[in-house]
Ligand binder design. Structure first.
Ligand SMILES: [Zn+2]
Length: 202
């Protein structure tokens, strides 16, 4: 038997499923919302409902875009160099690189990394569309910006092999990023240095 009424239990359990939120934080958030003016929880509920229904993936780079816009803002911007593609694992990595305000090319989001242990192969990632973008001929340089982890390195190596002979300059973000770390947690200066010091693989 739950100690608290069901609506309280339901919200607490839903919040507990979020990363970084344990049972105590979940209860605290639930009771905060219970005490707060109704518009606070209504705004949250509306934002949550719209999160999935109003977003989609950019048909060009697979970054997140609004569902009524087939291409994301970066892909439609004429201020961004379409000859330069930065290949990242997740949309959050795009955010991290955009925060540096030092990158003016475009992106390609893989939506994961190769992982034989988890059974994730090339066909599970957005690799084929990347090769198609390269073969379309406008790309001059590809920056492999997967995380400096075992899977990130293996994915970069795989892409390097797939892109060999394409005539495109292939670079990898410089070391200096914490090994095993995530791009999304790197500070802006570290990321900027990694971008500036990127090394040729081809
Ligand atoms: Zn895009």
């Amino acid at each position: 038997m739950p100690v608290m009424p069901e609506p309280i239990e339901n919200l607490t359990l839903a919040l507990e499923r979020l990363p970084g939120i344990g049972p105590k934080t979940a209860s605290r958030l639930t009771f905060f919302l219970l005490r707060a003016p109704e518009e606070v929880s209504l705004a949250l509920a509306e934002a949550l409902t719209a999160l999935k229904s109003s977003t989609g993936l950019c048909e060009e780079c697979f970054n997140i875009t609004r569902s009524d816009q087939p291409k994301c803002e970066i892909c439609v911007s004429d201020k961004r160099d379409e000859g330069m593609l930065c290949v990242v694992e997740e949309p959050l990595d795009v955010l991290a690189l955009e925060r540096t305000a030092g990158y003016f090319g475009r992106y390609h989001v893989l939506h994961g990394v190769l992982s034989p242990i988890e059974g994730i192969g090339p066909e599970d990632l957005k690799i084929r569309p990347l090769l198609e973008r390269v073969h379309a001929g406008k790309v001059r340089e590809i920056i492999l910006a997967t995380n400096p982890s075992m899977e990130g390195d293996a994915t970069a190596l795989y892409l390097q092999q797939q892109l060999a002979g394409s005539g495109v300059r292939i670079t990898r973000l410089a070391r200096g990023l914490p090994v095993g770390g995530d791009l999304e947690y790197a500070d802006q200066n570290t990321l900027l240095r990694a971008l500036a010091g990127r090394q040729d693989l081809s």
